[in-house]
Design a protein. Structure first.
Length: 178
């Protein structure tokens, strides 16, 4: 579940999310694999937290460990005129070990060229990617010049079935909530 966002310059935020797998051997059987959180604003008693608490439930089937699912999110800001502006992108792998996990997904945005940064400064806009799949493909991201803009906090419960029967065992890392 995306619990919320912290450390963003602007606070009127919502997230567009999806779960992406690395190959066709992962099948999405049931659940919400893409969606959007509600628009939320930081409260006076927690000025750094934009709370979403958006529930998710999905079910995958696979015949391989390659292409493990990733949680991908775009964070958007709504300005006082109701216009939506991209705040940044984030991606994190779904944990491989069973149990409850608290994750921090760092959100980043491309810096853009010098002329784009000057334009963004004067017109209060943000550089964005022409093709968003670059944000979620490991190799292509290394060519980007980016800056961190905040974090999205996730609480994920991972349940697994049938792996042990096939000789695959996952162990929880030290300090995990499971």
């Amino acid at each position: 579940m995306p619990e919320g966002a912290t450390d963003f310059e602007k606070t009127n935020l919502f997230g567009k999310f999806s779960f992406v797998t690395g190959n066709e051997k992962w099948t999405q059987l049931d659940g919400t694999f893409a969606g959007q959180t509600q628009l939320s604003e930081a409260e006076a008693f927690q000025p750094d937290l934009v709370a979403w608490n958006h529930p998710l439930d999905m079910h995958f089937a696979t015949t391989t460990l390659d292409g493990w699912p990733k949680f991908c999110i775009e964070v958007w800001h709504e300005d006082r005129y109701g216009r939506n502006e991209l705040a940044g992108y984030g991606v994190t792998y779904v944990p491989t070990s069973p149990g409850e996990h608290e994750l921090e997904c760092v959100i980043w945005k491309p810096q853009g060229s010098l002329s784009e940064r000057i334009f963004n400064y004067f017109f209060d806009t943000t550089s964005h990617l022409d093709h968003t799949d670059v944000a979620y493909t490991t190799g292509d991201r290394f060519d980007l010049i980016t800056e961190s803009v905040g974090s999205v906090h996730l609480r994920i419960e991972v349940l697994q079935r049938g792996f042990r029967n096939r000789g695959v065992e996952f162990k929880s890392p030290p300090g995990a909530l499971a």
